[in-house]
Design a protein around this ligand. Structure first.
Ligand SMILES: C[S@@+](CC[C@H](N)C(=O)[O-])C[C@H]1O[C@@H](n2cnc3c(N)ncnc32)[C@H](O)[C@@H]1O
Length: 262
């Protein structure tokens, strides 16, 4: 069975952490880079609470927002009521749409949580019209960032404690995603910088992990979780200045890929 991170427990706080709607200037720039206009068909895979779907619908795009987590779906439906957004319960690796149907497919902050991310990219590619665009926002930092170092230390602690599949079963780096898209034959056509993510001190970051706000701890038995998180806090205090603040991630960016013409 496909492993899936169930984001339901994050539904009520998601918008507070990620922002309720993509900034209009970013959405406009993306629409221009992907030649989207009123009436264009856009598929948002793993749409969450509709942060991106809402922004494209406000331009009159006909958006399909696909999302599997029941409570995220509830927030999504509430938020897009009255907009040209069709909400679909489903999995990214099994898209219930015709081939060559959409003008653009959005994959925002999702590929690191999807164990079958390569299959999702294949489906996204097939659902696109020739000449259509994939809009990808990675959103999960890279190995050179201190907070990522902390997160990966936690992964190691969980693995050493016998947790078989710690958090984020999907793609490990944005470079892996780019390489797979290249393998599918799409052409990288533009990059849109989105600025830094929200800043937190390392102490605040660890406190948020402990509070269960991040998916990192959701599938870990509570005794293991407590022990590993205590070890993480101690390691963090010894290794870094816990009051140092970092944007997480350092840089948000969208990468736009174009499917070849038929
Ligand atoms: C970090 S959220 C990103 C939400 C939204 N794309 C955004 O940018 O705000 C990841 C979302 O991916 C969804 N997801 C996880 N596994 C999925 C799968 N196999 N197919 C489709 N969506 C999935 C989760 O339920 C969650 O809503």
């Amino acid at each position: 069975m496909t492993e899936r991170v169930d984001f339901s427990s994050n539904a009520t706080i998601y918008d507070r952490r990620h922002g309720a709607i993509l900034a209009p200037e970013v959405a406009r720039a993306l629409a221009a880079l992907a030649a989207l206009e009123s009436g264009s068909r856009v598929l948002d895979i793993g749409a969450g609470t509709g942060r991106v779907a809402t922004a494209f619908a406000s331009f009159g795009c006909r958006v399909v927002a696909l999302e599997p987590a029941v409570k995220m779906l509830g927030e999504l439906q509430r938020k897009v009521a009255g907009q040209p957004v069709r909400v679909v319960a489903g999995e990214g690796a099994r898209l219930p749409f015709p081939r060559s149907f959409f003008d653009a497919v959005v994959l925002a902050r999702v590929l690191y949580v999807m164990a079958d991310w390569q299959a999702v990219l294949r489906e996204a590619h097939d659902a696109l019209k020739p000449g259509g665009y994939i809009l990808h926002e990675w959103g999960n930092g890279d190995a050179r960032e201190t907070w990522v170092h902390v997160r990966e230390r936690l992964r190691t602690l969980f693995q050493e404690a016998g947790v078989e599949h710690p958090f984020h079963p999907g793609a490990r780096t944005e470079a892996d995603v780019d390489a797979h898209l290249e393998h599918l034959g799409v052409i990288r056509s533009a990059v849109l910088p989105g600025g830094p993510g929200p800043s937190l001190t390392l102490r605040q970051f660890v406190e948020r992990i402990v509070s269960g706000e991040f998916s990192y701890v959701w599938n870990v038995p509570s005794a293991v979780r407590e022990r590993c998180l205590m070890q993480l806090s101690q390691w963090c205090d010894h290794t870094f200045d816990p009051e140092q603040s970092f944007p997480m991630p350092r840089e948000l960016q969208w990468t736009i890929f174009r499917k070849k013409d038929a």
